[in-house]
Design a protein around this ligand. Structure first.
Ligand code: ARG
Length: 466
């Protein structure tokens, strides 16, 4: 395929250099956006009297045909082309001759690629947001079902205090709600059309940038032509938002992996979401969670790639920027895949409530409640803490739990203990009474679920937003 820049050059590009320079294998996926951008552009050119209306119509119709043919698999994107922009323009010219050559009036690939990428990425952000919403929805449902499932809460991976599995799940739900907010912010900031910035310095033609922005569903235009072609903040912001989503998924994955171990056995993954070993017949491995945890590295790497690529670039467009898409698209694909499998894995797992409850009996997670009991009987917290510490040490020495001590044993530490201590340190009581806002008690969990669901509807992306 002939290069777009013929005229000045006396020989063709070296073959290896041509391959090195090409981005079609990465940007080919933006063919629809490229064609939409070109149709909007050519119609605007006609409306502004820059090219004849009849010619514009012909170009727009042929572009639409090219799009349909690629979609239907009838037209293959030429892997030898430099990029998707040259491929589409070349194909148009091959079909229409002279008319096709008019499309690129008052435009450059620099504003073209920036426009295509924003359009493409905007669509992807909406899809990722939908995937997040479905994950959050699944978490809310699970949490509702486990609002009173008692489990040990941990700090330092040491059993700490009793919580409900529902409250543990809602912690993740709220992380993902924040992720949704980050995606929405970043989508709003990228929603401005750079088309018409041209190579860097706008154009002498009387173009209408507002019109193309409106046709393409952008909320406005970028205000400076140099910035328009060389801004990649939106790529960095999205890669960063995705990296944070992956952090959350990775933390969750780590817990899933732990919970699947025989040492914990809090959950059992569905057979369709776990794998076996080629040698050890007993194994059932949580590969999905491990892969999600592992793929987090890619998302971090892509973010660093983008930041480093942009660092120190002079204005305006530089070819370095062609590298943006490979990194960003990989982050988009990775998080999309991860969110889908992770959500399905959660929805199909079995929660082994009995094991959670049994494990919670160990580890003295009601020790704080024992101290609180003494405080309620009038002792200062620090003194109550010390006595309870001594009781725990006694229990460890004698292989007992707090619930198994006799009232005489309790009274040996302080006369303040009475028969009601047993109810006070019963795990169920301990959880039920932790009903402070945001706490693990069933009613607090239900309040969190309601708030979370209300937050979801706030992030509804309307059709008019594209
Ligand atoms: N393939 C290029 C990219 O993705 C398109 C812009 C090329 N512009 C140029 N002046 N060479 O960045």
């Amino acid at each position: 395929m002939e290069k777009l820049w013929t005229g000045r050059f006396s020989k063709p590009l070296d073959k290896i250099v041509s391959e090195f320079n090409s981005s079609i294998s990465v940007d080919g996926r933006m063919y629809k956006e490229d064609i939409l951008g070109s149709i909007a552009h050519v119609k605007m050119l006609a409306n502004q009297g820059i090219i004849a209306a009849g010619e514009a119509e012909k170009i727009a119709a042929e572009l639409a045909k090219i799009s349909e043919e690629i979609e239907a698999g009838e037209l293959e994107i030429d892997s030898d082309a430099e990029d998707i922009h040259s491929f589409i323009e070349g194909e148009l010219t091959r079909r229409l001759g002279e008319s096709g050559k008019r499309l690129h009036t008052a435009r450059s690939r620099n504003d073209q690629v920036a426009t295509d990428t924003r359009l493409y990425v905007k669509g992807k952000v909406s899809q990722i947001s939908d995937a997040l919403k479905s994950l959050i929805g699944t978490l809310c449902e699970l949490a509702e079902g486990h609002k009173d499932t008692i489990m040990a809460g941990y700090t330092h991976l040491q059993m700490a205090q009793p919580i409900t599995f529902g409250s543990h799940l809602m912690a993740y739900a709220f992380m993902f709600v924040r992720d949704l907010g980050r995606l929405t912010d970043c989508r709003n900031r990228m929603d401005y059309s750079p088309l018409g910035s041209c190579a860097l310095a706008g154009t002498t033609f009387n173009i209408d940038r507002q019109a193309t922005a409106k046709t393409l569903g952008f909320r406005g235009i970028t205000e400076n032509s140099l910035d328009g072609v060389s801004d990649r903040d939106y790529c960095i912001e999205l890669a960063s938002a995705i990296a944070i989503i992956m952090t959350h998924l990775s933390r969750f994955s780590e817990e899933i992996i732990l919970w699947c171990s025989w040492e914990f056995k809090y959950i059992e993954l569905d057979d369709a979401y776990a794998t076996g070993s080629s040698i050890m017949p007993q194994k059932k491995n949580p590969d999905i969670a491990e892969l999600v945890r592992g793929k987090t590295g890619r998302a971090y790497g892509n973010l660093i790639t983008l930041l480093t690529m942009m660092k120190g670039l002079p204005l305006a467009y530089n070819k370095d920027m062609q590298e943006d898409k490979e990194a960003l698209f990989d982050s988009i694909d990775t998080v999309s895949d991860c969110l889908r499998v992770f959500t399905d894995m959660l929805a199909t797992m079995t929660v082994l409530k009995g094991n959670m409850a049994k494990a919670a009996e160990k580890g003295f997670i009601n020790a704080t409640d024992c101290a609180d009991y003494l405080v309620k009987k009038g002792l200062p917290f620090r003194s109550a803490y010390k006595i309870t510490g001594e009781i725990v040490a006694y229990c460890i020495q004698n292989g007992k739990s707090l619930n198994a001590l006799t009232i005489e044993e309790y009274k040996g530490f302080t006369e303040l203990f009475e028969g009601d201590i047993y109810a006070a340190i019963d795990l169920k009581t301990c959880v039920m009474s932790r009903k402070s806002e945001g706490g693990p008690a069933p009613e607090s969990v239900m309040a969190q679920i309601a708030k979370c669901r209300a937050a979801l509807s706030k992030y509804e992306i309307k059709d008019t937003d594209n």
